[in-house]
Design a protein around this ligand. Structure first.
Ligand SMILES: *[C@@H]1O[C@H](CO)[C@@H](O)[C@H](O)[C@H]1NC(C)=O
Ligand SMILES: *[C@@H]1O[C@H](CO)[C@@H](O)[C@H](O)[C@H]1NC(C)=O
Ligand SMILES: *[C@@H]1O[C@H](CO)[C@@H](O)[C@H](O)[C@H]1NC(C)=O
Length: 437
């Protein structure tokens, strides 16, 4: 066969692989950088049963950002992590990893090495066929599900894949736990909590995986939402969570939410400050801390916050903005809103907002900003007309999101109350509003 033909065969084989390169979706660079922030916050602690998957995904992100050397080193770390976790030199869990390496070498122009990895994939697939003929191997479904959960907005698809993996290979505790955590994302964050059978599923998964504190926190949160008293249990669980390494998988963020809404917001602040004393440089903890301060200062509208608390919130927010340069829009908005609470901060707040309003943002980010600025105009500037204008601007952006829905709800409320001189205008606006595709 000619060189051209063998190149085509190689490419069609690569296309048929199951790996990050074929699961990929078009994504803007700024979105990739934000997802990278999230993946980096998982950390790479020894003992995490998803460590192989974490390195595979980090490698792929580095590739997408143009750092091929880093990509290769992460893929190698993934293989090493799988070796340790599965206590075996090879197995079907390496199919995705070898697939990634075949693609990477292809992009680097090393077709011989790419071909070598393709052969390794073939060998693995022959040696470890899927137990179900027209389905992927459960190891592949599990990795695909985990990757989608971290990297793509389609959590429902992720839940479907992990369920398939569990059905074919029911013995993997961490898959069951991950499924439960995926369900939580797929369940639309309902206020009343998961339905009864789902709650029972959380309880069963927790029994099987008692080390997984994220599950334990999820269970506690669900019970709190149903009105159970959980303060003492929350405090006990907090001791355990704080002993574990800092990670977005540790359950700390959800635990703080439980504290904020079901224990006390001041205790939440004490808890996160205690964690920061032990880990003063962990950006993820600082980010969690800013959420507590934001709630305390702006959401629950503490009417006379102490200046020292405002100063602490401002200093944490500034740190977090610098530590998450790619996902700092909402933190900058929070900073403006906290400044607005302080005696001499109003000018500073307005200045931050004006800079953001002038900056070059993607439509979805503009929508977030307009929604916040509309509320700020209403509450801080007492300028109802401006508030209405910005809610309209947010609603007009053809992107379905919480913020669009929120702006529409507020406009409807103003219209229904019928006291504003702009009622007619709002009514017309809402009638002519197009649903995003
Ligand atoms: C995982 O869940 C499946 C289905 O719910 C169940 O049959 C299996 O026993 C569970 N596995 C473990 C290890 O808990
Ligand atoms: C979440 O909401 C979407 C859209 O409203 C709906 O299609 C989906 O079924 C819901 N998911 C769950 C688990 O309730
Ligand atoms: C707000 O808009 C209404 C109607 O468009 C107008 O009559 C009113 O003067 C405006 N108020 C301010 C403070 O600009």
């Amino acid at each position: 066969i000619s060189a051209a033909q063998s190149q085509t065969t190689l490419e069609s084989k690569l296309e048929a692989l199951q790996c990050h390169f074929t699961w990929d979706q078009e994504m803007s660079k700024s979105l990739i950088l934000r997802r990278k922030d999230n993946v980096d916050d998982i950390g790479t602690e020894e003992g995490n049963s998803w460590l192989g998957h974490i390195y595979n995904l980090r490698g792929f992100i580095q590739y997408k950002l143009g750092f091929t050397k880093d990509a290769q080193s992460f893929f190698n770390k993934a293989a090493e992590a799988f070796r340790k976790i599965r206590n075996a030199d090879e197995g079907p869990w390496l199919v995705v990893n070898y697939g990634n390496l075949a693609w990477l070498h292809h992009h680097l122009g090393d077709q011989a090495e790419s071909q070598a990895y393709l052969s390794k994939v073939d060998a693995l697939m022959n040696k470890y066929p899927s137990p179900s003929q027209d389905e992927l191997h459960p190891e592949i479904y599990a990795e695909k599900a985990w990757t989608l959960m971290k990297f793509s907005p389609d959590k429902t698809l992720a839940a479907d894949y992990i369920q398939r993996a569990i059905r074919m290979q029911p013995g993997m505790v961490e898959w069951n736990s991950s499924y439960i955590l995926a369900l939580r994302y797929a369940s639309n964050h309902s206020d009343t909590g998961l339905e009864a059978d789902l709650l029972e599923k959380v309880r069963l998964a927790m029994e099987q995986d008692p080390e997984n504190l994220h599950l334990a926190v999820l269970y506690l949160n669900q019970r709190a939402k149903r009105g159970e008293k959980i303060e003492e249990e929350a405090r006990e669980l907090a001791r355990k969570v704080l002993r574990n390494p800092v990670s977005s998988h540790s359950g700390i963020k959800l635990l703080l939410k439980v504290y904020n809404y079901h224990v006390s917001i001041d205790e939440a602040i004490d808890l996160v400050e205690e964690a920061l004393e032990t880990h003063p440089d962990e950006r993820y903890l600082k980010k969690c801390a800013t959420l507590c301060y934001k709630l305390k200062l702006t959401y629950f509208r503490d009417s006379h916050p102490e200046q020292s608390m405002i100063d602490r919130a401002i200093s944490l927010l500034k740190d977090v903005i610098a530590l998450y340069p790619h996902s700092s829009l909402v933190k900058k908005i929070d900073l403006a809103n906290v400044y607005a609470k302080s005696k001499y901060g109003q000018d500073k707040a307005e200045q931050i907002y004006q800079e953001l309003l002038k900056s070059d943002l993607e439509p979805a980010d503009k929508q977030v900003l307009y929604n916040y600025y509309a509320k700020y105009s209403n509450f801080e500037l007492k300028d109802r007309n401006m508030s209405i204008r910005y809610h309209m601007m947010a609603a007009k952006i053809p992107h379905q999101s919480f913020f669009r829905g929120n702006s529409i709800t507020i406009l409807e409320r103003i219209k229904d109350r019928g006291r504003n001189r702009k009622c007619r205008e709002i009514e017309e606006f809402l009638e002519n509003l197009q649903e995003p595709q």
